[in-house]
Design a protein around this ligand. Structure first.
Ligand SMILES: Cc1cc2nc3c(=O)[nH]c(=O)nc-3n(C[C@H](O)[C@H](O)[C@H](O)COP(=O)(O)O)c2cc1C
Length: 147
């Protein structure tokens, strides 16, 4: 099992409809290709976690890099993992709209992650912990939101 984490920027904030189209397309492909993961969209920045078979994930990332909906696609982490972090989600998604304490905590966490100059390039316990916490926080929402 292989995993890639990257971040990128959008020119303007994408509308809900644009995001929905992106997610529909992504989830369809991911389901058919056993890719799971999570997409966070915060202040013009995407952070995406993709996991699956190495060749499939790498090929998908090559396509994502060329997507004109975002730019500055910056690989943060890639490497082999033992098991899936997001095994129940073809692409979990959070855009941080709407105040609640769970989201506030997640926002803080993601800000720290995005701002970290030394963001890790290999999967290490801190990276793993970050995504486990994200998954746990997202899991408190209805599962249907993400499938
Ligand atoms: C932030 C972001 C995340 C994306 N995530 C995925 C994804 O998880 N799976 C996927 O199939 N496409 C994803 N896409 C869409 C791909 O970039 C691309 O449009 C899609 O794979 C179709 O490519 P094709 O028309 O060349 O087949 C994402 C795009 C963006 C901008």
């Amino acid at each position: 099992m292989y995993c890639i984490i990257y971040r990128s920027t959008t020119h303007s904030v994408l509308t809900q409809l644009q995001i929905q189209n992106l997610l529909n397309q992504a989830k369809d492909f991911n389901r058919k290709n056993q890719i799971t993961g999570c997409l966070l969209y915060y202040h013009h920045e995407f952070v995406q976690y993709l996991e699956g078979e190495e060749k499939v994930v790498t090929a998908l990332f090559d396509k994502i890099k060329k997507d004109i909906r975002h730019y500055n696609v910056d690989l943060l982490v890639s490497g082999f993992i033992y098991g899936r972090e997001f095994k129940n989600w073809s692409m979990a998604y959070e855009n941080f709209i709407g105040p609640n304490s769970r989201l506030e905590y997640l926002k803080m966490l993601v800000e720290t992650y995005i701002d970290d100059e030394n963001t890790f390039t290999t999967i290490n316990p801190a990276t793993k912990k970050f995504w486990t916490v994200v998954r746990t926080l997202l899991s408190t929402q209805k599962v249907e939101d993400f499938q």
